[in-house]
Design a protein around this ligand. Structure first.
Ligand code: NAP
Length: 294
């Protein structure tokens, strides 16, 4: 079992150490729209982790029926605010709100989710990656920021001693938040990458080719033991709330019997997402420090 909690705790400690040497703690603004219970839990956990690391949490909650203009205005004001180093708009937004228009108000330097086209482009060109994301005290303002969950997955692979170079990596899911940036990160690390999605044929046989299999689908326990090559590493990004509680996209029991390594849910990718968010916020604060002194 890959212990995401322990690997994340080590990174959170590094962040807290860097922040403790600062006169003014970095500030992360979170924007939560609507009343989706899972989103409320995720944002509460992110804010708690910020406070534990000495990062100031600036939180805004809006009703599900908020107008597009009001939401855009809030995000634009946060982007102009010198006390705010990073901005996270919790996704998904309620139906009817245009996520691209909201993200367009976030400067790439404050985009701690790595979702703006500028940051996504830098990642897809291989100009930013996990090594930079873990550099908490960069000499110069960071060139860009990468999405937290994919960065966390790759760091879990590194910390578990998994060889990425030359490996067959199969990702199920191609969202802008997880699947696509993961494909770029693994390709940039010289894996041979296959990105699967809802139209992929013979998904189970594609998965059986993988040395590294990553499930980011949002379908409870879809990946079964007989989808996995013996000895493969399986990373489960999924977070599905079922009557039996929180489960991943991977059927843990049958997969653990075949795989060489597997992440649990909870306690795998989730804690890494939060730790990488803190790291991105500290890196973003280096950019704002240099903006202020300019
Ligand atoms: P998403 O935007 O809904 O994307 C899901 C992807 O899965 C899509 O690309 C979709 O294909 C693909 N898919 C859906 N059904 C499929 C099927 N039957 N076979 C193959 N592919 C299929 O979801 P997301 O935001 O990437 O999140 C994925 C999961 O990760 C969710 O459970 C989410 O809660 C979880 N998550 C966890 C964390 C964490 O910190 N642990 C962070 C983010 C997300 P199409 O593109 O063809 O529609």
């Amino acid at each position: 079992m890959i212990d995401g909690k322990a690997i994340a705790a080590a990174l959170r400690e590094r962040v807290a150490d860097v922040v403790s040497r600062r006169e003014h703690g970095p500030g992360l603004a979170t924007v939560l729209v609507g009343d989706d219970p899972a989103s409320h839990v995720y944002v509460a956990n992110k804010r708690k982790a910020c406070e534990a690391a000495g990062i100031r949490s600036i939180h805004h909650e809006l009703a599900a029926d908020v107008g597009q203009a009001e939401l855009v205005e809030l995000v634009a004001a946060l982007d102009d605010d010198d006390e705010v180093d990073g901005i996270l708009v919790q996704l998904p937004l309620p139906d009817g709100l245009d996520v691209d228009a909201v993200l367009a108000e976030i400067s790439p330097a404050k985009d701690v989710d790595g979702l703006t086209p500028a940051n996504a482009g830098l990642l897809s060109q291989g100009r930013i990656g996990v090594a930079e994301a873990l550099e908490l005290e960069p000499q110069a303002p960071p060139l860009g920021l990468i999405p937290c969950t994919p960065a966390g997955c790759v760091e879990l692979l590194h910390r578990s001693g998994v060889e990425i170079e030359g490996a067959e990596a199969v990702i199920i899911g191609r969202s802008n938040l997880v699947g696509r940036p993961l494909a770029s990160l693994l390709l940039n690390a010289n894996a041979t990458v296959t990105a699967c999605h809802s139209r992929t044929r013979d998904l189970d046989s594609v998965c059986r080719r993988a040395d590294i299999l990553i499930a980011a689908v949002g379908r409870a326990e879809m990946v079964q033991g007989d989808w996995v090559k013996p000895g493969a590493t399986v990373i489960d990004v999924g977070m599905n709330r079922t009557e039996a509680g929180l489960v991943g996209d991977v059927d843990y029991e049958s997969v653990a019997a075949v795989a060489g390594r597997v992440t649990p849910v909870p306690g795998g990718v989730g804690p890494m997402t939060i730790a990488m968010l803190l790291a991105n916020t500290v890196r973003a604060s280096t950019a704002s420090a240099s903006r202020k002194s300019a």
